[in-house]
Ligand binder design. Structure first.
Ligand SMILES: [Zn+2]
Length: 121
C-alpha cells in the first residue's frame, strides 16, 4: 500500500514553506514555487474536539478530533487525529478519506500508518 503524503509549497526564492500549495510566497511575494510532498514527520501544536461540525457530512462523524501540527519541513497544517494526542507528541501525517474528502490525518509516530478509511472519530 502506498502512502499519500500532503503536498506543500516551497518558495524557490527564499525557501519559505507553506501548506497548502499556492501561487505566491507569503514571505517574499515571489511567484516561483514548487509543490513538494511532506516527508510525514510532524509535532503536535494543538488538539481540539469538534462537537458542532460545519457541514451535515461532518456532523454525522462528530465528535471528531483535529490537530495543528508543525511538519518537519516547516509548514503548519491541520489534520484529523485521535483525541488523546498531546501537544509535543511526534506524529506521522498522511492523507486519508474523511467525510468524502481527502484530508491530512495524523497518528502517533510509533503507530502504524493511518487506514485509508474513516474509522477514527
Ligand atoms: Zn519566498
Amino acid at each position: 500500500m502506498s502512502v499519500e503524503r500532503p503536498v506543500f509549497a516551497r518558495c524557490r526564492s527564499c525557501s519559505a514553506c507553506a501548506y497548502l500549495p499556492r501561487r505566491f510566497c507569503a514571505a517574499c511575494g515571489g511567484t516561483n514555487l514548487s509543490a513538494e510532498l511532506l516527508c510525514g514527520g510532524a509535532v503536535v501544536m494543538a488538539v481540539t474536539v469538534v462537537h458542532r461540525a460545519p457541514s451535515a457530512a461532518l456532523q454525522a462523524l462528530a465528535p471528531y478530533a483535529l490537530c495543528l501540527v508543525d511538519a518537519d519541513e516547516g509548514p503548519r497544517l491541520m489534520a484529523r487525529c485521535e483525541s488523546d494526542l498531546l501537544i509535543g507528541d511526534r506524529v506521522t501525517v498522511a492523507m486519508s478519506e474523511f467525510a468524502g474528502a481527502r484530508v491530512a490525518h495524523a497518528v502517533r509516530a510509533a503507530e502504524t500508518e493511518p487506514p485509508n478509511n474513516a474509522e477514527l472519530r
